[in-house]
Design a protein around this ligand. Structure first.
Ligand code: PLP
Length: 373
């Protein structure tokens, strides 16, 4: 089975698993039990992991809050700011191509009195910075724009966005779920005020992630959404998931930004262009993109391709979440693809275990389906 769905999730790295294992039974302490050794051992492990996350993001350890993943971190960031900054304004700016975790949270807040602007994108998935600047008013308390799109890999110009948001005196939250582990991440120099990440996207376990919240320039405050016990400086109550937190920290420390990823990614696209020329469209090709994601519209339906390759290849049609709902991808339709084009689009997302041989076999499968149509 060839796995080319690394944007959906990644396998846990062997070093990450080895680091986690002792914290299930041998070192089982509760990180909040400060009166005995097992508790202190667990707390120490959590703090080492927090430092590893902070090192990856180039921020301070106190700026890292552990969550159950990006969906929770996104909910905490957006709802948490809305609840606390409502006296300043009720306006949020985001983009039509965000992940559903952002879009659905914004839609929920609209029912609670928020006014949300959903910026459009061009055919390459890019926002217009002038439009962003115009959209931000004195009532705008938050701008939520992702680092890298999960379906197309399109990158937004994060430093430029941050400087516009700050010039307009608002807060910038960035969903970096797909970017962490694939490209360098320096929150402070980029000007990001809040950022989320999720371990299972970079060879860590599922169900664990973190929210970075800036403590200076600006010092961002949040209203918690989970109450009870006051863990994580009161922002996220609940007994800490020590083995997973250790796994997240280890996965961060194992991140290597490797050229091989980009080389394989370029190889796949070039071979497909040689094979099918202008019969395919690489979505977001004119934009800066992640070094692992190719979203391609073919002259055949994605479902037919999946049917043909199901037992040999794992790829996605749109994001994992939208494919469960069986709707044409909201990302591709925002990029002005027709419903029919969206239904002919497939996402290939490669990872550190992908080999050239696997890519050659994938290209062979694409050719087979093409010949059948
Ligand atoms: N944001 C983006 C861009 C994603 O790709 C995902 C996962 O697919 C999420 C958020 C949700 O992350 P999690 O699985 O940690 O809840």
């Amino acid at each position: 089975m060839i796995y080319l769905d690394y944007n959906a999730t990644t396998p846990v790295d062997a070093n990450v698993l080895a680091a986690m294992l002792p914290y299930f039974s041998e070192k089982f302490g509760n990180a909040a039990s400060s009166t005995h050794l097992p508790g202190m051992q667990a707390k120490d492990a959590v703090e080492i992991a927090r430092a590893q996350v902070a090192q990856t993001l180039h921020c301070e350890t106190q700026e890292v809050i552990f969550t159950s993943g990006s969906t929770e971190a996104i909910n905490l960031a957006i709802k948490g700011v809305f609840a606390l900054y409502q006296s300043k304004g009720n306006h949020i700016v985001t983009v039509k191509t965000e992940h559903k975790a952002v879009l659905d949270t914004c839609a929920y807040l609209e029912k609670k009195g928020a006014s949300v602007t959903y910026l459009p994108v061009d055919e390459h998935g890019q926002i217009n910075l002038q439009e962003l600047e115009t959209a931000i008013t004195e009532k705008t308390i938050l701008v939520a724009i992702m680092f890298a799109n999960n379906e197309t890999g399109v990158l937004h110009p994060i430093a430029d966005i941050a400087s516009i948001v700050h010039r307009k005196n608002s807060i910038f939250f960035c969903d970096a779920t797909q970017a962490v582990g694939k490209i360098p991440m320096e929150v402070r120099s980029l000007g990001i005020d809040m950022l989320c990440l999720s371990a299972h996207k970079f060879y860590g376990p599922k169900g664990i992630g973190a929210l970075y919240v800036s403590r200076k320039n600006p010092r961002v405050q949040l209203e918690p959404i989970l109450h009870g016990g006051g863990h994580e400086r009161g922002w996220r109550s609940g007994t800490l998931n020590v083995p997973s937190i250790v796994g997240l920290g280890k996965a961060c420390s194992e991140i290597k930004i490797e050229n091989a990823l980009a080389e394989n990614h370029i190889y796949l696209e070039q071979r497909l262009i040689e094979l099918l020329g202008d019969k395919i469209r690489i979505n977001g090709a004119a934009a800066n993109r992640l070094p692992n994601t190719s979203n391609i519209t073919f002259p055949f339906k994605a479902v037919d391709f999946i049917r043909h390759t199901k037992n040999k290849l794992s790829v996605a049609t749109g994001s994992a979440c939208t494919s469960a709902q069986n709707l044409p991808s909201h990302v591709l339709t925002a990029m002005q693809l027709s419903k029919e084009q969206a239904e002919k689009s497939i996402r290939f997302s490669i990872g550190k275990y992908t080999t050239k041989k696997e890519l050659d076999e994938t290209i062979q499968l694409i050719e087979e389906v093409y010949q059948l149509t």
